[in-house]
Design a protein around this ligand. Structure first.
Ligand code: NAD
Length: 498
């Protein structure tokens, strides 16, 4: 019987989850007895303690994944892999309330957002890839004297390193395609929000995945994450997180076994609002797109460019709308709360420093700009009168801070939107479909949404260009990311000629 951690929530629920590392379908303590404290995002108070992986535990998890790949998983029919993914989706659906509660208490995500958006997205992802199991593509080609099969095969042991902002959903973006095509996996959950991983591990076991196919370990990035990135038996690593960590993982892969790396990094999304846009619609999406989950969203539309002729009207309406958006900050489990806490005091401090920097560099605060009450809350903040070289315009803040600036021509706003080292996402608001098409083509990003913001779909690829990373989660493209290519050439006897 695994040792359990009990957490009593503010609304009187009892969450009981194992606190060990999940290796070979067992919950085990760290071999060196290492632990990590899990903190309440409101005030950093301790919620509990769970095991944290060190190098020895990472080695054990990789060994389990390797044994599972060579013995059981490799030979299992694709349809059986799909069935297991579907079962996991059903179990997550059954336990959606518990998982949403965990995301609320651990990551500060509003309970309703987690239950209605993050958890369903995780389920959709599993169901989408369950159907694609056995469809990793491949081709049959004509060659002189015979034919060639181009096969797509799993890498073997893979790893995933996940950030704290929407951990369950992002874990599924990696786990589902990786398993659908026949890999085994070690998942390192974020040390700031690891509790979802403990619950998920229980569901993996209940779904009936063979031991070692999925291993879930929490641990510090520079310890467990680094050990995975350097591991000689891990053949592919998929990372979502910050640019500096992405670079460190790339270096670790280069210095060790040249494992395949995919990186989903940060963003500084632009929202382009043209004068011909439906104003109400643009206001709705740009205000949501710059404040959702307290701005702790990689695809945030934190640079809003508005055409000059509607700028004043837009600014007034945006201010009214945004001030009505965060009227009640507090407990993310409480249904009346519309603004939860940031993930940690570190994040709180970092965001306030960015706001100070914005003021120091001469931008004007349209609204917000202060800490909110006690705990890790910051007002939704918008700056105007910005210059393109200001820190708050160039750097990812990962908080509820946006800038609004004017533009005159289409050409000018495309230039401004592309004048960024980031290239994850952008949004275009216009009622002119030719313009929508033209501008979408010209934007240097991985995803453009037209007359809308966000919108993740399991069947559409998601990822970045430039320093937002490379590789894609979701969509059929993800299957390619988790497979390697083998060419097999068949020649009819005597027909191959030099
Ligand atoms: P982070 O880079 O600090 O941490 C991400 C993960 O990497 C954590 O699990 C952490 O433990 C681990 N890690 C840290 N140092 C490591 C190391 N040296 N080696 C291996 N692993 C290490 O990022 P974060 O603060 O958790 O997340 C915020 C960042 O993630 C933002 O930049 C955000 O834009 C980005 N993000 C991107 C996407 C996307 O899909 N593109 C989605 C969510 C978040």
């Amino acid at each position: 019987m695994a040792a359990m951690l009990d957490i009593r929530t503010s609304n009187g629920k009892l969450i009981t989850i194992p606190w060990g590392l999940f290796i070979n379908n067992q919950f085990v303590p760290s071999l060196k007895g290492s632990t990590v404290d899990v903190q309440n995002p409101w005030n950093d108070e301790k919620l509990g303690t769970i095991s944290a992986a060190t190098l020895e535990d990472v080695n054990a998890a990789v060994k389990a994944a390797s044994a599972a790949f060579s013995s059981k998983w490799k030979g299992i029919p694709a349809s059986a892999r799909g069935t297991l993914l579907s079962k996991l989706a059903t179990l997550i659906e059954r336990d959606a309330e518990v998982l949403a509660t965990i995301e609320a208490i651990d990551a500060g995500v509003l309970y309703g957002d987690s239950k209605n958006l993050n958890v369903p997205q995780a389920i959709d992802t599993l169901r989408y890839f369950a159907k694609l199991a056995g469809e990793p593509g491949g081709q049959l080609l004509d060659i002189t004297g015979g034919y060639a099969h181009v096969l797509r095969q799993p890498y073997g042991v893979c790893a995933a390193i996940v950030p704290w902002n929407a951990p369950l959903m992002i874990t599924m973006w990696k786990l589902a395609p990786a398993l659908a095509v026949g890999n085994t996996i070690v998942i390192k959950t974020p040390e700031l929000t690891p509790l979802y991983g403990q619950k998920l591990a229980q569901l993996i076991k209940e779904a009936g995945f063979p031991p070692g196919v999925v291993n879930i370990i929490c641990g510090l990035g520079r310890v467990a994450g680094q050990a995975l990135a350097e591991h000689m038996e891990v053949r592919k690593i998929s990372f979502t997180g910050s640019g500096p960590t992405g670079r460190s993982i790339l270096r670790a892969a280069a210095n060790t076994n040249l494992k395949k790396v995919t990186l989903e990094l940060g963003g500084k999304g632009a929202s382009l609002v043209f004068a011909d846009a439906d104003l109400e619609n643009a206001l709705f999406w740009t205000s949501l797109g710059s404040t959702a989950h307290n701005g702790q969203v990689c695809a945030l539309g934190s640079r809003i460019y508005v055409q000059s002729s509607i700028y004043d009207k837009f600014i007034q309406a945006f201010k009214t709308r945004a001030s009505g958006q965060a009227t009640s900050h507090g407990d993310p489990l409480n249904e009346s709360t519309n603004k939860g806490p940031l993930v940690s005091s570190g994040q709180h401090k970092k965001i306030l420093q960015y706001i100070d920097k914005g003021r120091d560099e001469g931008a004007s605060v349209l609204f917000g700009g202060k800490a909110l009450g006690n705990g890790n809350f910051v007002e939704n903040t918008v700056f105007t009168n910005t210059r393109e070289d200001m820190t708050i315009v160039r750097e990812e803040i990962f908080g509820p801070v946006a800038v609004i600036a004017k533009f005159d021509s289409e050409e000018e706003v495309i230039h401004k939107a592309n004048d960024s080292e980031y290239g994850l996402s952008a949004a275009v608001f216009t009622s002119d479909s030719s313009r929508a098409h033209r501008v979408s083509q010209a934007l240097e990003v991985g995803t453009v949404t037209v007359n809308c913001w966000g919108m993740l779909n399991a069947n559409t690829p998601f990822g970045g260009v430039k320093q937002s990373g490379f590789g894609r989660d979701l969509g059929k493209e993800a299957l390619e990311e988790w497979t390697t290519v083998k060419t097999v050439k068949h020649f009819l006897l005597g027909s191959a000629k030099l």
